[in-house]
Design a protein around this ligand. Structure first.
Ligand SMILES: Nc1ncnc2c1ncn2[C@@H]1O[C@H](COP(=O)(O)OP(=O)(O)OP(=O)(O)O)[C@@H](O)[C@H]1O
Ligand SMILES: [Mg+2]
Length: 507
């Protein structure tokens, strides 16, 4: 058979185009089935192959099964099962060597198991192993319409190159999946240790938190949760409620910082009709509503002094009166309080009652910031990926490099910031994978911009300004650009943060 040099050139160009296209598809993501299908389609279209099939070995059943195919129906694919050594596919797998069948009509070994080939006579079948070192993962095969113009040996050479690309991809996928399975195993193992519903934490620090929380849940003792913003104080409070024997009772949360001071008392204790202008009806307060359950007093550090006194009485006697009422109301409640303020400092400067502090602090639980428990980050990322994939009907994974970068980031807004970041990444993801490039700039660049040492040639004020600017920038990002929250995170007043944002031109 003689092929003109022009024909040869044409053929080479096609081959290169196909190879380039296939490697582009396979390096795009770990969406295994979809990518392999796209690669097979490309092979068929560019290289004029009729059908293309990837058959993989299954260790559990010791059989070969078509995993992906282009040009076969689902029904035909389902029939594509072979024992090791059976038919052409089984033999190529067993020997690790390619087989060319110039005309399948004349080859008794060709089983036509899928029933896809009707006009057997004019079809050639080419089959190469998917091999890496001595390990054969499966078999890659194509159909060609038989023609004397076609050099089948040349075809096998190209198919071997494609098989190498596919095998490397399969191997990488296996490694990637193994890592994911290990993390999932770790999560499962967690269940054998201390666990709280909906709360992720395998680090020693979080395991200590779980241990204390589980013990405390069985009692009625007051709990004080402390820790930076976004560390999971409210989540733990709820988990404790659901672990306790009052789980069927109500869980009532009230944020002492979010309600104006003049309304807070009425919210907490309720009021009688006519107690003040506008009190047209009687209304029970949160303490009454929480009867038989748990009351969660969030941001307790913001409770004004006169209400601190009233709260102390509730804790001591479990009784109080509604505003404008004379009747003592008795309630059965468990109190959980939370704050990210330093209450001890507040006690020292007189803004928080010492006796109340000791009453609340019966069981203190400190939630460590995320940067001090990096082992939890991969599990949290998996947890949030699963959550937002379900919520947005997606199937997004994350690359190892992106995962590492997220683990090393300092997370000033803690788990809340991580959760928001993953949600944003899932919404914005265009492919099926989050890569390094998808990460926000400040996460990618953190290492470069971190101020690691004091530079002696620069003035101290200018360096302090740099640190301040960076801290405000990060806090703003962590709080979704909510200035009030960012100010709180940094221990600044709203006015102070506002002034500095303007000064540094940050928004
Ligand atoms: N360990 C965790 N596992 C899973 N989700 C978590 C965990 N910790 C926090 N989260 C999630 O992070 C978000 C913030 O948590 P939460 O509201 O409990 O923080 P917080 O400490 O009360 O913050 P703030 O002080 O700002 O009120 C929530 O959506 C919560 O579900
Ligand atoms: Mg909270």
């Amino acid at each position: 058979m003689k092929i003109s040099s022009q024909e040869q050139l044409k053929r080479k160009t096609k081959e290169l185009t196909a190879l380039f296209e296939i490697s582009r598809i396979l390096s795009s993501s770990f969406d295994l089935k979809n990518n392999l299908y796209r690669a097979l389609k490309t092979i068929s279209e560019i290289l004029d192959m009729q059908r293309a099939t990837i058959t993989l070995y299954d260790h559990d059943t010791n059989t070969l099964q078509i995993a992906v195919a282009y040009g076969l129906t689902d029904e035909q694919i389902a029939k594509g099962k072979y024992s090791v050594g059976e038919g052409i596919v089984g033999r190529v797998f067993q020997t690790g060597e390619p087989i060319i069948v110039p005309n399948i009509g004349k080859e008794p070994l060709f089983l036509n198991r899928t029933g896809a080939r009707i006009k057997k006579d004019n079809i050639s079948f080419l089959c190469v192993p998917l091999k890496i070192g001595d390990e054969v993962l499966g078999v890659f095969s194509v159909d060609r319409i038989f023609s004397s113009e076609i050099d089948l040996k040349e075809d096998i050479r190209v198919l071997n190159i494609i098989a190498t690309l596919i095998t490397q991809y399969l191997k990488l996928y296996q490694l990637f999946n193994r890592e994911k399975t290990e993390r999932e195993k770790l999560t499962l193992e967690l269940k054998k240790r201390y666990s709280l519903r909906n709360v992720i934490g395998i680090s020693d620090k979080m395991q200590e938190v779980f241990k204390t929380a589980l013990k405390a849940a069985k009692t009625k003792a007051t709990i004080l949760l402390t820790g930076e913003s976004g560390t999971g104080k409210e989540l733990i409070a709820k988990a404790i409620h659901f672990e306790s024997d009052r789980s069927k009772g109500p869980f009532i949360a009230i944020n002492c910082a979010a309600i104006p001071e003049n309304l807070l008392e009425a919210e907490l204790f309720g009021y009688e009709k006519g107690a003040f202008t506008g009190a047209l009806i009687s209304k029970p307060g949160k303490f009454e509503l929480a009867n038989g359950g748990t009351i969660f007093l969030d941001e307790i550090g913001d409770l004004p002094l006169h209400l601190q006194a009233k709260l102390l009485r509730v804790i001591q006697d479990k009784t109080f009166e509604r505003i404008g009422g004379t009747k003592s109301i008795k309630v059965d409640i468990r109190i959980i309080a939370a704050t990210n303020k330093d209450l001890e400092e507040m006690v020292k400067d007189g803004s928080f009652r010492e006796d109340l502090y000791f009453r609340l602090n019966v069981i203190p639980i400190y939630l460590p910031p995320l940067r001090e428990r990096k082992e939890d980050i991969p599990l949290l990322i998996d947890h949030f990926l699963k959550k937002f994939n379900e919520e947005y009907g997606k199937n997004i994974n994350i690359t190892k490099e992106a995962m590492e970068k997220l683990v090393n980031y300092s997370w000033p807004g803690n788990v809340r910031e991580l959760e928001n970041t993953i949600e944003r990444l899932v919404i914005l993801a265009e492919g099926n994978e989050i890569t390094l490039n998808d990460l926000p700039f400040y996460i990618r660049q953190e290492d470069d911009t971190r101020i690691t040492c004091v530079k002696l040639k620069e003035t101290l004020p200018s360096q302090l300004e740099l640190i301040e600017k960076k801290a405000i920038k990060e806090a703003l990002k962590a709080c979704n650009y909510n200035q009030t929250k960012a100010a709180k995170m940094l221990g600044l007043t709203k006015r102070q943060i506002n002034y500095k944002i303007k000064k540094y031109g940050l928004m």
